[in-house]
Design a protein around this ligand. Structure first.
Ligand SMILES: Nc1ncnc2c1ncn2[C@@H]1O[C@H](COP(=O)(O)OP(=O)(O)OP(=O)(O)O)[C@@H](O)[C@H]1O
Ligand SMILES: [Mg+2]
Length: 474
């Protein structure tokens, strides 16, 4: 594990575990020791009571020899030292030493306590044996009163030995707990740091412009959210970069297209003028025809330049559209009237349908007029003779929708997205023949968007096309 966070995490975890185990160990050990000492005392006490019962008869008789002999046997069986004392503190029997050599025991703490309350205990160095002992004493009572005291003595080292065994068990438990805790901590810290490392790697790739990898780690926590955000950010970034690249391409294409569109009519004009210069001037009839053609191309040039100016003006003034009240119904009628000649020459019919009554909006009238001129112009151009065109106006709560529908050649799906691009024509030859440059829809879209509206195109090949424009009222 190289990661520094992992080490910090693991270190903190081990530190906390050790403190917890240490504190727990300390209190558990204390409690256990108390409990254990208590148990030892209780056991010694009940054994002493039994021994008292056994020696009662001998005590009553004051049979010293028997007392000493039984004391020795019992002490041997119980594996501890037994002392028998009479009510005055005189030692009657002792398993560790000859009683006649021992002094009075009436001042011993445990014996005083036992005489008073029936039970006494103390821990202190033994006067007789010289090392630390635990003493437990019980009074032996007869019907007539106390007969004496039975005292047990156990070397403290033996008690401590037993307590140490318990300490060792607790300590082993603590070690096992620590090992388990550290193992768990290792895996937990890995589960945290490995997604972080993965995200770092992905982020570094993104910084290098490589979007090929996504963060795969998907936990349901803050890290999972971070991973999701990172993936979303990468996607957005990639989209933006692609968009920028596309825009750049469109711009380069645009310059190439403009040059090409301008060059074609110019070359033709130049050609005709040269021909005129060389010979056609003498032939008046021919010259007139040539001049008419030159004029036609000059008009075309002028149209293209007009369109380009409109576009660049739109780009410049996108946010400065000057709106005034205008009635879309009146505006559409006017545009349709303007196409009267074109419609008649192709024997096409155009119907205007009204759904609702209020078609008033705030808009730049001239620009909106340009939108419908372009749409109806397309509907006429890309429909066969005798075709029918339908323009419908629909009143919406906060907008007016205008649809221009034709039954013409239609557009293949793969071109639909691109028809709004400048100079984009589905069938170049045909469009040019019809006098188009591919700027009409681009201009229309620009104007509609500048008004805060929407423009959509739907089409089916050989069935027809519908362009719908929704303009907000304000
Ligand atoms: N109603 C329609 N039916 C079929 N094709 C259409 C229709 N409207 C547009 N198109 C296709 O979309 C292309 C782009 O249209 P757009 O109006 O931008 O250019 P244009 O009509 O070729 O030239 P311009 O409008 O500048 O004179 C057209 O060349 C044509 O191929
Ligand atoms: Mg057009």
């Amino acid at each position: 594990m190289k990661s520094r966070i992992a080490w910090k995490f693991l270190g903190a975890f081990i530190f906390l575990t050790l403190i917890a185990v240490f504190v727990l160990n300390f209190f558990v050990s204390l409690k256990l020791r108390d409990h254990f000492e208590q148990k030892i005392s209780e056991k010694l006490q009940s054994n002493a009571i039994l021994v008292g019962e056994i020696l009662k008869h001998e005590l009553r008789e004051q049979n010293l020899e028997d007392i000493q002999q039984k004391t020795n046997t019992l002490a041997n069986d119980l594996d501890l030292r037994i002392t028998v004392v009479d009510c005055q503190g005189k030692v009657l029997g002792d398993s560790g030493k000859d009683p006649s050599l021992m002094d009075d025991h009436k001042d011993r703490l445990e014996i005083i306590e036992a005489m008073e309350s029936g039970f006494g205990q103390s821990t202190r160095p033994s006067d007789t044996l010289g090392y630390n002992m635990k003493y437990v004493a019980v009074r032996v009572d007869d019907d007539g009163g106390p007969l004496g005291v039975i005292r047990f003595a156990l070397p403290l080292s033996e008690v401590q030995l037993q307590i140490r065994t318990i300490y060792r068990a607790v300590l082993s438990g603590a070690i096992v707990a620590t090992v388990i805790a550290v193992t768990v901590a290792y895996f937990v810290s890995r589960s945290i740091t490995s997604p972080i490392r993965e995200m770092t790697e992905v982020a570094q790739r993104i910084a290098r412009g490589d979007f090929s990898r996504q963060v795969k780690a998907k936990s349901r926590d803050e890290l999972g959210e971070l991973a999701e955000s990172l993936n979303a950010m990468a996607e957005e970034l990639q989209r933006t970069i692609e968009n920028l690249k596309r825009m750049d391409r469109v711009r380069t294409d645009f310059v190439a297209n403009v040059s090409h569109e301008l060059k074609t009519p110019l070359t033709l004009i130049k050609g005709y003028i040269e021909t005129l210069e060389n010979k056609a001037l003498d032939d008046k009839e021919g010259a007139r025809k040539f001049i008419a053609i030159v004029k036609e191309h000059a008009d075309r040039l002028s149209n293209i330049v007009d369109d380009l100016l409109t576009l660049s003006e739109l780009e410049l003034s996108e946010r400065r559209i000057e709106k005034s009240q205008c009635d879309l119904k009146g505006l559409v009628d006017e545009v349709v009237l303007g196409f009267g000649h074109a419609l008649a020459s192709r024997q096409q019919k155009l119907n205007v349908e009204l759904l609702g009554g209020d078609f008033g909006i705030q808009a730049d009238r001239d620009k909106i007029e340009q939108v419908f001129v372009n749409l109806i112009d397309n509907a006429i151009k890309y429909s066969p003779n005798t075709g029918e065109i339908e323009v419908s106006l629909t009143e919406r709560p906060n907008a007016v929708e205008v649809r221009v529908k034709d039954g013409g050649v239609g557009i293949l799906k793969e071109h639909l997205d691109r028809v709004f691009e400048r100079f984009y024509r589905v069938d170049k030859a045909r469009s040019r023949e019809l006098g188009g440059t591919g700027l009409g829809l681009g201009i229309a879209k620009h104007i509609v968007l500048a008004h805060g509206g929407q423009i959509n195109i739907e089409s089916e090949i050989n069935k027809g096309t519908v362009v719908s424009v929704t303009l907000p009222r304000q």
